[in-house]
Structures are given as structure tokens and as C-alpha cells.
Design a protein around this ligand. Structure first.
Ligand SMILES: *[C@@H]1O[C@H](CO)[C@@H](O)[C@H](O)[C@H]1NC(C)=O
Ligand SMILES: *[C@@H]1O[C@H](CO)[C@@H](O)[C@H](O)[C@H]1NC(C)=O
Ligand SMILES: *[C@@H]1O[C@H](CO)[C@@H](O)[C@H](O)[C@H]1NC(C)=O
Ligand SMILES: *[C@@H]1O[C@H](CO)[C@@H](O)[C@H](O)[C@H]1NC(C)=O
Ligand SMILES: *[C@@H]1O[C@H](CO)[C@@H](O)[C@H](O)[C@H]1NC(C)=O
Ligand SMILES: *[C@@H]1O[C@H](CO)[C@@H](O)[C@H](O)[C@H]1NC(C)=O
Ligand SMILES: *[C@@H]1O[C@H](CO)[C@@H](O)[C@H](O)[C@H]1NC(C)=O
Length: 429
């Protein structure tokens, strides 16, 4: 009996240590909050486009987050510091410290940073450009009857202010198949697709207010978070306590140096377990929730502004003043705000720093990955005698089922939902 028990323990220990090799695991958790490659979450509008008998699309409206960009200056410096950990990990491994698999250590040691990450601070990456290209390409294919040969007056493309967004739009039009398309100049002082940027109240009281992140800080003190940190220290054999900045830098190394397009995860991800990644994802969700989402009611107000444009654009299309295509390019913040204005992905209990609910609806990896997008199509339907309209919503190229019946809203539903957003004012700014 006793020897069976011992054998059982030995076997489980062996099994556990083997199951933690990252290189040989087949299924990795690939949701990295707002740094999730689009490829890991997207559908394909060419396959998912909703065909309704007797209806055809007459206008397409979209709000698109920029594609993958490089980290900003302060994060980049911390990432550079963190890279030196690969030498320590190798040394620790040779000295019998840490618990990473030999192959994972070797893959990490042989990994070289792409110098562009640190040269082109905060700029769109090649992958980000391709994410935009792919989206433009698939939209054009999915709605080819509507979107082939567009006159200038039939479309509108505008980017929010910022090189990394504006440069991505070039990828979109290239993928769309017409690099001569006119892209409106962004407005740095105010834009309906980033209205919070010009709002001093928001910047001061929400974005730059430490209180906004109180739940995220609280979460960093939970036993769950501390256990994740401890696991990383144990696995790598680090003999000092990782700081908040260290944790972010290591997480960034895993997510920024993974490749969505080639579906290759970074060797840096091997220092985390699936649960560690989920813990870091939740910490980011808390930040998004309070900075851009339901955690502060003014966030919903900003979300109404682009949605009012959507309603007006489709109302105009119904009476013939139609844009066949309207696409705006913006930030993660705006995506979060728009979903909040629509009342979607709202948990009954607000997210908090004491408990991570794995079943929560609010997940930044879905709401705001790189190239996140919300697309709506206006359909005209006729049965010979009468004409009717409906609106289909897509999120990241899948029907947005939670909004209306399988993503299809009747015109009445659509109007009832969005009409209150017309004339939204931000005089609290
Ligand atoms: C953690 O931060 C300290 C202080 O900035 C730095 O010296 C160290 O290299 C960092 N370690 C990692 C693994 O990022
Ligand atoms: C490409 O876009 C330009 C500018 O809008 C337009 O004049 C031209 O007709 C477009 N070409 C095609 C093939 O759609
Ligand atoms: C930018 O927005 C400001 C504020 O709404 C407006 O006064 C200005 O005319 C806009 N500039 C352009 C070029 O549209
Ligand atoms: C987290 O714990 C540290 C150390 O116990 C403490 O100083 C800090 O105030 C705590 N932070 C929060 C947000 O609870
Ligand atoms: C921590 O590890 C480093 C090398 O990995 C070593 O030089 C240092 O002496 C260790 N510090 C302690 C307190 O063990
Ligand atoms: C945190 O949220 C959970 C549900 O996710 C809830 O059960 C719990 O009461 C909340 N805790 C606090 C302190 O609000
Ligand atoms: C918006 O404002 C205009 C002008 O004041 C008014 O005519 C219209 O009824 C308002 N619409 C809504 C939905 O409040």
C-alpha cells in the first residue's frame, strides 16, 4: 500500500514536470489583453457574412483599432532590461536552479530581439500593417458587389491622430485593392473617433488618475497574483522579488515578440503557465474596465459619439445620400467605450480586484486586441411589394450575436438603440 502511494507520488511528479515544457505543449493560451495578435481572435468576414433572403448590403460602416505596434518609450526600456534575464536563466539552469525545460531555456537563449522594436518606438509593426491589409482585403471580398469601383463620394476613410494609426490605414487600402483611395486627415484637436483625447476632464480624472487603477493594484496584492509571480521566480530561478514593472516587461516580451501571422509564440512565453497569463490578462482587464469601460460612467458617453455617426450614416444611406463604405481607425480606448455604450459584455457585478471571474464577459483580449473592429452593414430587403431595412453587426469578423438576434437588428431595434446617442454632448469636459 505504502509503496503504491510512493510510486503514485513519483509518477505524478514526473508527469507534472514534463507537462510544463512549453515547446512541446500543443495548446497555448493566446489571449494577451490589448496586445493580442488579431489572428488569434478573428473570424473571417468572407465566411461569416450573414446572408438574408431578399436583402442586400447597401452600406458598410466600421470602427477599427490600429494593428500591432511597438511598445512606447518607458515600456521599451523595461523590456530591454528584462531581456538580460535570458542569460541569468541559462546560468541558473546550468546550476540546477529554476525548473524550466532544457529546450525552453535553449530556445530563449538563442532568441534575438528584433531591433525594430526599440528603433521604431510606438510605431506600427510589419505585422500590424499586415493585420490592416488583411482586414481591408477581406472586407472588399466579402462585399464585392457593393465595394467594387468606388467613386470618391461613395466612401470615407479617416484615422484618429497618431502615426501608428495613420500608417496602418495605408495597409488597409492596399489590402482593399486601391492605394489611390483618399484618406481624410486626422484632427489632432478633436475627433468623433477619439473624443476623449480632447477632454481635459477625462485625461485628468480618469486616464491619469491613480484611483482608476485601484482595483488593478488591489489585484496585484491577492494571493492569486502573488502566487503567479512566485511561480515565475521559481521557474526562472530568479533570487529577487519581481517588481510590477518587471512583470509587465516579461509579459510584454511574451506578447510583443510572438507572431500572430505565423502563429508562432515567443520563447519568452515559456516562463509563464497558462494561469500566469490569465492572471496578467485579468489585471489588464481591470485597467480597461475602469479606464475605458463600465468602471466609470463617463466612458459610455464617449462611446455614443461614433455610434451616432453610424446611425446618421445609415439614415442618409436609406434616403440615397449614401456612402457605400465608411471606416474609421482608432484606439483600443474607443473600442472599449463603444461596446460600453451599446451595453454589451457587461457583467452583473462590476469587475474587482478581489476576485477574477473566469466566466466574466468583459475581456480586453476580445474587445480590444490589435486590429479589433466593429463593422455594421445596412441591408435593403424587398419582397416585391415593400422595402425594409436591417442592420447586421460583426465583431472581429464574427456576427455580434449578443446585440440582436444572431447579430441581425431590425431597423426599428437599431434606431431605438442608437437614437438616444444623437446630440450627445461632452460639456463635462
Ligand atoms: C527588474 O527591475 C530591476 C530594476 O529596474 C532591473 O534591474 C531588473 O533587471 C529587472 N528584472 C527583470 C527580469 O525585468
Ligand atoms: C481608386 O480610388 C480612386 C480615388 O477614390 C478612384 O478615383 C478610382 O476610381 C479608384 N479605382 C478603382 C479601380 O476603384
Ligand atoms: C478639428 O476640430 C476642431 C474642434 O472641433 C475644429 O475647430 C477644427 O476645425 C477641426 N479641424 C479640421 C481640419 O477639421
Ligand atoms: C499591497 O501590499 C503592500 C505590502 O503589504 C502595501 O504596502 C500596499 O498598500 C498594498 N496595496 C494595496 C492597493 O492594497
Ligand atoms: C542571486 O543570483 C545571482 C546570479 O544569478 C548571484 O550573483 C547572487 O549572488 C544571488 N544573490 C543571492 C542573495 O543569492
Ligand atoms: C468581486 O466580484 C465578485 C464576482 O465576480 C463578487 O462575488 C464579490 O463580492 C466582489 N467583491 C467585492 C469586494 O466587491
Ligand atoms: C438633436 O438636436 C436637434 C437640433 O436641436 C433636434 O432637432 C433633434 O430632435 C435632436 N435629436 C435627438 C434624437 O435628440
Amino acid at each position: 500500500m505504502k509503496s503504491i502511494a510512493i510510486l503514485y507520488i513519483v509518477l505524478t511528479v514526473i508527469k507534472l514536470s514534463i507537462s510544463h515544457c512549453y515547446w512541446s505543449e500543443n495548446c497555448h493560451y493566446k489571449y494577451f489583453s490589448s496586445k493580442t495578435p488579431y489572428q488569434f481572435v478573428r473570424g473571417d468576414i468572407r465566411d461569416s457574412v450573414v446572408k438574408i433572403k431578399g436583402c442586400k448590403e447597401i452600406s458598410v460602416w466600421g470602427l477599427v483599432r490600429h494593428g500591432k505596434r511597438n511598445p512606447g518609450i518607458s515600456f521599451a526600456q523595461n523590456i530591454l532590461d528584462a531581456i538580460t534575464l535570458k542569460y541569468a536563466i541559462k546560468l541558473n539552469h546550468e546550476n540546477g536552479k529554476g525548473s524550466m525545460c532544457a529546450q525552453d531555456v535553449e530556445n530563449l537563449y538563442n532568441w534575438e530581439a528584433d531591433p525594430n522594436i526599440f528603433k521604431n518606438i510606438h510605431q506600427i509593426t510589419e505585422e500590424g500593417y499586415q493585420e490592416m491589409f488583411g482586414l481591408g482585403y477581406r472586407i472588399r471580398k466579402a462585399f464585392k458587389n457593393l465595394l467594387t469601383s468606388l467613386d470618391d463620394k461613395h466612401y470615407k476613410l479617416r484615422s484618429a491622430y497618431g502615426d501608428w494609426i495613420e500608417n496602418g490605414v495605408k495597409g488597409f487600402v492596399e489590402g482593399f485593392g486601391n492605394t489611390s483611395m483618399i484618406i481624410e486627415k486626422p484632427n489632432a484637436s478633436y475627433d468623433i473617433i477619439a473624443p476623449y483625447e480632447a477632454c481635459g476632464f477625462y485625461v485628468k480624472e480618469v486616464r491619469n488618475n491613480i484611483e482608476t487603477f485601484a482595483e488593478a493594484y488591489k489585484y496585484q496584492n491577492t494571493s492569486e497574483y502573488l502566487a503567479a509571480k512566485n511561480r515565475i521566480q521559481q521557474r526562472t530561478g530568479i533570487n529577487y522579488t519581481l517588481t510590477k514593472e518587471n512583470m509587465t516587461a516579461l509579459y510584454d516580451l511574451c506578447r510583443y515578440t510572438s507572431s500572430g501571422l505565423n502563429n508562432i509564440l515567443s520563447p519568452w512565453c515559456a516562463i509563464f503557465t497558462k494561469e500566469d497569463i490569465q492572471v496578467l490578462e485579468y489585471e489588464s482587464d481591470l485597467r480597461h474596465f475602469y479606464r475605458n469601460g463600465y468602471g466609470n460612467h463617463i466612458n459610455e458617453i464617449f462611446g455614443r459619439i461614433p455610434l451616432a455617426d453610424l446611425l446618421e450614416s445609415f439614415k442618409a444611406a436609406k434616403i440615397g445620400e449614401r456612402k457605400k463604405l465608411t471606416v474609421y481607425f482608432t484606439h483600443a480606448t474607443m473600442m472599449d467605450m463603444v461596446y460600453s455604450a451599446l451595453g454589451l459584455f457587461k457583467d452583473d457585478i462590476p469587475l474587482n480586484g478581489t476576485f477574477r471571474n473566469p466566466e466574466r464577459k468583459w475581456k480586453s483580449s476580445k474587445l480590444a486586441p490589435f486590429a479589433a473592429n466593429l463593422i455594421a452593414t445596412l441591408n435593403r430587403c424587398s419582397n416585391g411589394e415593400s422595402t425594409d431595412y436591417n442592420v447586421v453587426f460583426y465583431m472581429n469578423e464574427e456576427p455580434l450575436e449578443s446585440i440582436c438576434n444572431k447579430g441581425v437588428c431590425s431597423w426599428e431595434d437599431f434606431e431605438i438603440r442608437l437614437n438616444p446617442f444623437i446630440n450627445t454632448t461632452t460639456n463635462f469636459c
